[in-house]
Design a protein around this ligand. Structure first.
Ligand code: HEC
Length: 165
């Protein structure tokens, strides 16, 4: 057998082995309606549309797992990203996660506007594969106008709460 054939065969064996190796489970935990971002913040439909097409695959329990996300080793990278993203901000578990405390919700809204403005979010490697996720200037303007308005509303709420104590 030639060296080329041999290394191709070895490659197949390794690739096949990776597929059966125990890896992360690509799961979508259940969504409880009362805990979602939409149930806890005022979100106009045009902003929901932006969140759906640019953020939801990573920052929610409603991830659409593409076919290549089932193929190791890509699977591990994607699963890791989604796990990290959900840990930081999960739209499906907003009231238990980023929105649990008013100050963290306010911070997350501000960070989100900053991230979409500089193009850090949606993650560039994701946006390259999902062109519909890309946000243009108008989308960013709309997103930040909303996040700033909601941030201010929550700040007023926080001050009110503090005054009551
Ligand atoms: C491909 C997955 C993916 C998508 C899509 C995505 N994010 Fe993220 N996001 C992450 C990961 C992973 C982190 C964790 C930290 C990191 O890697 O930067 C993160 C972190 C964040 C943070 C945490 C604070 C920070 O600035 O570090 C914010 C805010 C955020 N994302 C907002 C968004 C918004 C808003 C969208 C949609 C416009 C979005 N993300 C789309 C994966 C994603």
């Amino acid at each position: 057998m030639s060296l080329l054939k041999l290394s191709a065969a070895a490659g197949c064996v390794i690739f096949g082995g990776l597929q059966i190796a125990p890896g992360p489970r690509l799961s979508n935990p259940p969504v409880r309606p009362e805990r979602t971002l939409e149930a806890n913040l005022e979100v106009p439909s045009e902003v929901t549309a932006i969140l759906n097409r640019s953020c939801r695959d990573c920052h929610s329990n409603e991830t659409r797992w593409p076919w290549y996300s089932h193929v190791a080793p890509v699977k591990w990278l994607i699963a890791k990203d989604v796990e990290k993203a959900r840990g930081i901000m999960n739209f499906s578990e907003w009231s238990d996660n980023a929105g649990k405390r008013l100050e963290s919700a306010i911070g997350m809204l501000a960070a989100s506007c900053a991230d979409v403005t500089v193009g850090r979010m949606p993650k560039p490697d994701y946006a390259m594969l999902h062109t519909e996720a890309k946000l243009d200037k108008e989308d960013v303007k709309q997103f930040c106008a909303w996040s700033q308005k909601e941030g201010k509303r929550l700040l007023v709420l926080k001050r009110k709460k503090a005054a009551e104590q």
